[in-house]
Design a protein around this ligand. Structure first.
Ligand code: GLU
Length: 461
């Protein structure tokens, strides 16, 4: 049997971290078992539908370098098929037309409330031979079991039972002919050949209901694995309050997709104490037995640690290209030589930052352009004494015929010596003049990369 998993997000406008993890787990499970992962957009909410929201999901998946098999399926486009199955279920005696008015349903709801019943609909049309009221458009309801237990065998949560009394004969086709979510998911999963459903455990309750439809159609029930939630560091549901919750935000901060995959993998899945797990290893190791039952907590420090690891491994040119995108996004004006400088400096830069946004901040010296404005700390170092020293350095640097790290370092050190000050007293004002701030990557190295002309020009300015 070929294993077929599925990724069926609803297009909300961005890709939530939890959605991305679901996608990753489905993908890894399929890859591990040499199966397929199908991709379906659950776009039935037409009131809120936008193509941009669909693109956001597709782009999020592409950015994570997660691929899928076959065409992208639109759930909305499968509407006629859902309707066909609803009618088929009526024909099979597994579903029925219900003509209740909103007022009647309200009365039922009220009495269920007073009696403390979880299901409210009294099933009056289930076996009714009455003549339908004229002019009323019926809904179609499924015949849920009347007694006993409904059992879901879940690969993560184990065997979970629900008393049939808690299940209503729920609606599968609305009176306006629109299929319900409960029906659409089952029909689509069946038609797409899905064998394994891996999704967030907020869908667990749907599973009991969806299985009723599978049974009524005599379709094979898929294997289920419901993943625990992702919480914020404080144990509350992950929300904006904790920081970025969408994949796009992490991309724009300059996290690498391979780091993001590694990090997402560890949200409720483990392999011993391993933290750094390449995608190849993940495909080799991923299975249901590694998925834990308790919710994961989002840990920003761990994400930074993992990202820093992958940045060190990444190709310099790729990091330059990604950093340039972030710089462009930031709207800062930047020097036309930025790319060249960053490429020369990347070996050092990539070991210093947790993400590319931080790298760009750290690499100011390589992109600032025009008049350099100094921050407060830099100004404090750029007093009269500081200015005098920088002037001397400029004079000395001007005479150099070889502009390499060693010569630059010797020059600065000999100025410190002749001035009778510590090297720091020379470097701080120089750094202020060249960057406008008090931090930068290794300054001797940066001076070599910027080159004699640029350095002297900046000091002159
Ligand atoms: N569209 C649902 C969501 O984005 C997923 C439904 C499912 O996995 O069955 O949460």
């Amino acid at each position: 049997m070929t294993i077929v998993t599925r990724f069926p997000p609803s297009p909300t406008g961005f890709m939530h971290i939890g959605t991305a993890r679901t996608g990753l787990f489905n993908w890894l499970y399929a890859k591990h078992h040499k199966g397929k992962m199908r991709f379906r957009i659950e776009d039935t909410d037409r009131a809120r539908h936008s193509e941009a929201a669909v693109d956001a999901i597709i782009n999020g998946l592409k950015w994570l370098e997660i691929d899928w098999d076959g065409e992208i399926i639109s759930q909305y486009a499968c509407g006629p098929r859902h309707t066909e199955i609803a009618h088929e279920l009526v024909k099979r005696g597994e579903a029925y037309y219900c003509y209740c008015s909103p007022e009647e349903l309200e009365v039922m709801r009220e009495s269920a409330k007073t009696e403390g019943r979880l299901s409210f609909y009294d099933r009056r049309w289930r076996d009714s031979k009455a003549t339908p009221p004229a002019g009323v458009k019926p809904v179609i309801r499924i015949k849920a079991p009347l007694s006993g237990e409904v059992i879901v065998n879940d690969k993560v949560q184990g065997e979970v039972k629900l008393n049939a009394e808690q299940l209503d004969d729920f609606i599968i086709l609305r009176s306006d002919g629109v299929p319900t979510y409960m029906l659409a998911v089952v029909v689509d999963d069946h038609d797409m050949g899905v064998t394994h459903v891996i999704r967030g455990d907020d869908h667990f309750n749907n599973t009991f209901r969806q299985n009723i439809i599978y049974k009524a159609m005599n379709w094979t029930i898929p294997v289920y694995a419901h993943l625990p939630l992702i919480l914020g560091p404080d144990g509350a549901k992950l929300s904006k309050r904790h920081g970025a919750t969408s994949v796009e935000e992490y991309r724009d901060m300059g996290y690498l997709p391979e780091a993001m995959r590694n990090y997402l993998l560890r949200l409720c899945w483990s392999h011993g104490d391993d933290e750094i797990i390449s995608t190849e290893q993940a495909i080799e190791w991923f299975d249901f037995d590694g998925i834990g039952k308790s919710p994961a907590r989002f840990d920003f420090d761990k994400l930074n640690f993992i990202n820093a690891h992958y940045m060190k491994l990444a190709d310099n040119k790729r990091l330059v290209d990604l950093s340039m995108n972030i710089l462009k996004l930031s709207g800062h004006p930047y020097s036309p030589n930025t790319e060249k400088y960053l490429l020369s400096a990347m070996d050092e830069l990539k070991t210093r930052a947790k993400n590319l946004a931080a790298l760009i901040e750290d690499a100011r010296i390589y992109w600032i352009t025009g008049e350099i404005s100094m921050d407060e700390k830099a100004l404090a170092n750029y007093d009269e004494a500081g200015k005098a020293i920088v002037k001397k350095i400029a004079e000395a640097l001007k005479t150099l015929t070889s502009f390499d790290v060693a010569t630059i370092e010797t020059t600065c050190k000999s100025i410190a010596e002749s001035e009778g000050v510590k090297l720091g007293k020379v470097m701080m004002p120089l750094r202020a003049a060249l960057t406008g701030s008090t931090s930068s990557p290794s300054l001797f190295h940066a001076i070599e990369i910027l080159g004699q002309e640029e350095v002297l020009k900046r000091i002159q300015n």
